[in-house]
Write a protein that binds this ligand. Structure first.
Ligand code: HXC
Length: 260
């Protein structure tokens, strides 16, 4: 499948999706939304694909935000009636049950930072820069920035970022817990693909349920989350892959997963 604003390729069980508007620093317009939604749905539906990496083309940006030129002439009623960009959270987050990683190379600003934060985790190049500069445009984050950044780095830092629009470098982002790891820029894609391949080699139901459980921590009380976690565990122990995984450990060999 070819797309207008992204490229998609599969390497073994890993899907690599690249935002491909380098001249606009991979700014996110409606077409990117449509293309990404489609590519993620295809990934979700493909039983052979087990992990996905999302990155930006070029060496400067993951994505420098929602496309300001597209938003310039839109009126409030247009944003409301179109429910502008609602599909991101609904489709990329809620409908993607399989794991995916954001490999942030360079700027991840505004909607770009918000898109990265929708991933299960972020790997960032040492020259990555994160920010929610919407306030400088007279607006505010509209795709989860105020909510996900606050949950990721806490109120004080999120508030400072949103109110000043300043950027956070990779070191600060790692210290603050926004990203999982910093990787030298030249190795980012390679590292992200290897990390994704390692996840893709795990028992798939266990990967999906681990993902679901961690996400649940943001949505529930501790008590409810702990109950849900125990139930998921109790489901996983009924899978064939649990029997295989534990037998493989005892027999000192690699597990052969059935995915059920
Ligand atoms: C459209 C963008 C863009 C964007 C960059 N470009 N960001 N186009 N939307 N968000 C374009 C520029 O217009 C320019 O095209 C080209 O990319 C290169 O950008 P430069 O500014 O020349 O590069 P540089 O001087 O290196 O500065 C890089 C930058 C800066 C610091 C990242 O581009 C920047 O501040 N961009 C905007 C960041 C931002 O405000 N993001 C939040 C958007 S609002 P031309 O054709 O002129 O050469 C948002 C809201 C989400 O995301 C909520 C929606 C519901």
């Amino acid at each position: 499948m070819t797309y207008e604003t992204i490229t998609v390729e599969t390497r073994g069980a890993v899907t690599l999706v690249t935002l491909n508007r380098p001249k606009a620093l991979n700014a996110l317009n409606s077409q990117v939304l449509a293309d990404l939604t489609d590519a993620f749905a295809a990934y979700e539906a493909d039983g052979d694909q087990r992990c996905l990496v999302l990155t930006g083309s070029g060496d400067k940006a993951f994505a420098a935000g929602a496309d300001i030129k597209e938003m310039l002439d839109k009126q409030a009623a247009d944003f409301f009636l179109e429910d502008f960009f609602v599909g991101w959270t609904a489709d990329l987050v809620k409908k993607t049950r399989k794991p995916w990683i954001a490999a942030v190379n360079g700027f991840a600003l505004g909607g770009g930072c918000e898109l990265a934060m929708m991933a299960d985790f972020i790997l960032a190049s040492d020259n990555a820069k994160f920010g929610q500069p919407e306030i400088k445009l007279g607006v505010a984050p509209g795709m989860g920035g105020s909510q996900r950044l606050t949950r990721a780095v806490g109120k004080s830092k999120a508030m400072e970022m949103c109110l000043t629009g300043r950027m956070m470098d990779a070191e600060e982002a790692e210290r603050a817990g926004l990203i999982a790891r910093i990787v030298p820029a030249a190795n980012l894609l390679d590292d992200a693909m290897k990390t994704a391949a390692a996840i893709a080699a795990m028992p798939p139901m266990a990967a999906m349920m681990n993902k679901e459980m961690v996400h649940m921590a943001f949505e529930t009380t501790l008590d409810q989350g702990l109950i849900a976690e125990r139930r998921m565990f109790q489901i996983l122990v009924a899978t064939e892959d649990k029997a295989e995984g534990m037998a493989a450990f005892v027999e000192k060999r690699e597990g052969q997963w059935k995915g059920r």
